[in-house]
Ligand binder design. Structure first.
Ligand code: UD1
Length: 416
């Protein structure tokens, strides 16, 4: 199993290009199932989850021609309407084939995702929405088996905000008969990116980016060329890394307009942040100040940035409180940060962090994608060597992270 060996104590300096967003690329790739024409996607990030999604679509009969950070998808000959357990268990986003398969082919069999490291993460809202649109759904042998002659429009109000739930129902609705209204919809920028791609394919969608999305079903969609948006979580991760190590970095091909809550917290921590077009610069020359956070759906502070800020708070001046409101079990990184000398106590969904002047290198284990990123950041500020084990989590959702960090001056290498 591969590990990262990190020598702490080096400042980050220089420029880094931000990759396409994982959480936009995955649903947009599933949108290729909605048409028999070709969908050409550019700015696809080179990471395991994207490769897994390509494999899943190929298993269904989608022809995929991969290029450099791009691919053409052709779903003219889909013959297997199924997402098997092996795929869904490694990548929950595989649930996103459910809506497209059902609405275009009238049937889908998708494995239930089951538990994962950051919580139980059910898919009841996806199922409830499809039922309201006229689907027949049976749960059998661990699979969701959905059928429908043609889905119809419906008025659906989400009990709680779900990103992939909104995306699945939006994709189901684009080919449904009539108008679908999604209320209490997720406002995440990745939902907007998916909507823009669907609109480029001929879908009629209004209101994406607000909490009410109206979709008027059409008979069929056509092919399109679409470029995936930049990854706001990768952007935030590099910025937090530089705020923790100190230094001066510039992100290129980034978007500051979707990072407000994160940039505000970095400024509060003492960083100088400047934005110029698609470039975001961060300069930090002092020890960071501790910042309190509370995760919530967009545009509030993202749960996917919580672990990275926990690493920053661990070495910051002062005490802080971090409240996780989205996932009940998303503090798995805390016990590993404590192994590096961090002083953190957890009470329910709240972590209380006492900033300490110095962490010390140790061997730690990554438990999920963003937790891994927080351990890498902590390793870059810790004294001596930190070994981060189980980095397959990191490879799922970051494009060449150690190469990018090395180019910025970090001492980090991959070992077997
Ligand atoms: C997406 C992101 C993930 C991010 C999360 C929250 C992708 C591929 N993944 O995950 O990186 O951390 O949004 O911003 O885009 N819930 C239910 N029933 C459902 C669906 C969700 O109870 O049917 C609950 C979840 O358990 C969780 C909350 O709703 O507590 C939000 O989850 P959701 O927005 O659905 O997360 P994902 O879409 O899986």
């Amino acid at each position: 199993m591969q590990k990262l060996a990190i020598q702490g104590g080096y400042r980050l300096n220089g420029e880094v290009r931000i990759s396409g967003a994982k959480n936009a690329a995955l649903p947009i790739m599933c949108a290729s199932l909605l048409t028999a024409d070709e969908l050409y996607l550019s700015n696809l990030p080179d990471m395991h989850d994207v490769a897994t999604m390509i494999k899943l679509l190929q298993q269904m009969g989608v022809r995929v021609d991969s290029g450099i950070q791009s691919a053409t998808f052709n779903a003219a000959q889909v013959d297997k309407l199924e997402a098997p357990y092996d795929m869904v268990k490694t990548m929950r986003a595989a649930i996103l084939v459910l809506g497209p398969l059902l609405t275009r082919f009238g049937e889908a069999r998708v494995s239930l995702p089951g538990g994962c490291a950051i919580g139980s993460r059910p898919v009841d809202l996806h199922i409830k929405g499809l039922l309201a649109m006229g689907a027949e759904i049976h749960i059998e042998h661990g699979y969701i088996h959905a059928t429908a002659r043609r889905l119809h429009g419906a008025h659906i109000c989400f009990d709680l905000i779900s990103v992939t739930g909104t995306e699945n129902l939006m994709m189901a609705a684009v080919l449904a008969d009539g108008i679908t209204v999604l209320e209490n919809a997720a406002r995440e920028p990745e939902v907007v990116d998916l909507a823009n791609c669907l609109i480029a394919m001929g879908a009629k969608i209004e209101g994406a980016g607000s909490d009410k999305i109206t979709i008027t079903g059409v008979e069929k969609l056509h092919g399109a060329n679409y470029g995936v948006m930049p990854d706001r979580i990768e952007s935030g991760t590099f910025l937090v890394a530089a705020a923790a190590t100190g230094g001066h970095i510039t992100l290129t091909d980034a978007r500051a307009d979707i990072l407000d809550s994160v940039l505000d917290k970095l400024r509060e921590a003492g960083a100088k942040v400047e934005v110029e077009g698609d470039r975001i610069s961060l300069e930090m020359n002092a020890r960071p100040r501790a910042v309190n956070l509370r995760t919530a759906p967009y545009p509030a502070f993202p749960t996917d940035m919580q672990a990275q800020f926990m690493a920053l708070n661990a070495i910051a001046e002062g005490n802080s409180i971090v409240v996780e409101t989205i996932f009940e079990n998303r503090f798995m990184h805390v016990q590993e940060l404590v192994r590096l000398g961090a002083q953190i106590e957890i009470e329910g969904n709240t972590a209380v962090i006492q900033g300490c002047a110095q962490l010390e290198g140790a061997t730690v284990m990554a438990t999920d994608l963003r937790a891994s990123a927080s351990l890498v950041i902590a390793g870059m500020v810790a004294q001596g060597e930190t070994i981060v084990d189980r980095i397959y989590h990191l490879d799922r959702g970051y494009e060449h992270i150690e190469a990018k960090l090395s180019a910025l001056g970090a001492k980090i290498r991959r070992i077997q």
